[in-house]
Design a protein around this ligand. Structure first.
Ligand SMILES: Nc1ncnc2c1ncn2[C@@H]1O[C@H](COP(=O)(O)OP(=O)(O)OP(=O)(O)O)[C@@H](O)[C@H]1O
Length: 270
């Protein structure tokens, strides 16, 4: 279980996260929505131990995880990025094995020598995203969607408790985006890995998210299942958004409901 308690972060005196509390269960697929600058990436960086919050903490299975844990090589958190972050000149298999490096001595890492068990784990992860036949291809010989599937395999090979995804389909076409999100969700369920996924696309959030968190002005302004996400709430999460079609992706039942969090309007207009 991932427990995020009172996370606060400011840059140059400007608050970016203003006290985030979230609990995410194993195997839960949580989507974070919010406008540019809402603090979505900062939230993931704090959870991942890349950024030290000014206040608050993240507990993973009851143990604090922060920048110090990361520096010690603890790896309960895997990350998937928008631009895949593959090493293009390395083979697909070696890219996936990057997910296993934390447990290796620096000499083995330098020589790119991997224990048989790690290679097996990496191949299993590649098989899970249906790319074992690409193991010996170079990273830059794959399409964008395939590269993102390798990114998922690399995260999976790390055997994490949580996978954080920062706009993982922002540079993919709609069909490929659905394929990639489909793999992520299936893996989340099968392996009991919590997934926290930043997205900009409300339609994908509703289609794939089991739970949606709306972030605005560094605060959680919505936290519920997709069928409770109304067009009004979407407009309040994204102030000034002019997209009359947004209501079409929301279920009629949701469209009939009222916004459920009182601070929403105040935060969105602050
Ligand atoms: N290292 C940093 N130094 C200074 N300011 C930062 C830093 N990282 C983020 N910020 C600022 O914090 C705010 C939130 O940034 P963040 O990247 O978390 O937003 P976001 O919701 O992920 O936006 P986007 O959807 O555009 O990626 C922004 O105003 C950004 O400029």
């Amino acid at each position: 279980m991932i427990k995020i308690e009172g996370l606060k972060k400011s840059y140059a005196g400007r608050p970016v996260l203003q006290g985030i509390d979230l609990t995410v269960e194993p195997g839960e697929f949580l989507v974070v929505l919010g406008p540019s600058g809402a603090g979505k990436s900062t939230l993931l960086r704090c959870i991942n131990g890349l950024v030290q919050p000014d206040a608050g903490r993240t507990l993973i299975d009851g143990k604090v995880f922060d920048t110090k844990s990361k520096a010690r090589g603890e790896q309960p958190v895997a990350m998937i990025f928008q631009h895949h972050n593959l090493v293009k000149r390395l083979s697909v298999l070696k890219n996936v094995l990057v997910g296993r490096m934390a447990g290796l001595s620096s000499i083995l890492t330098m020589l790119q020598l991997f224990p048989k068990r790690d290679v097996e784990i990496a191949m299993e992860a590649l098989a899970r995203v249906e790319l074992p036949h690409k193991a010996n291809s170079r990273g830059d010989q794959l399409s964008g969607g395939e590269q993102q599937r390798v990114g998922i395999a690399r995260a999976l090979a790390q055997q994490p408790a949580v996978i954080l995804c920062d706009e993982p389909v922002a540079s993919l076409d709609p069909k490929t985006s659905r394929i990639v999100l489909g793999y992520l969700k299936a893996i989340c369920k099968e392996k009991g890995i919590a997934v926290i996924c930043n997205l900009h696309q409300v339609d994908y959030a509703v289609e794939f998210g089991e739970r949606i968190v709306g972030l605005s002005g560094g605060k959680v302004v919505f936290d519920d299942t997709p069928d409770h996400l109304t067009a009004e709430i979407v407009h309040q999460i994204y102030p000034g958004l002019e997209d009359p079609g947004i209501g079409r992706v929301l279920k009629p039942r949701a469209a009939a409901r009222q916004p459920i969090l009182a601070p929403l309007v105040a935060t969105a207009t602050a």
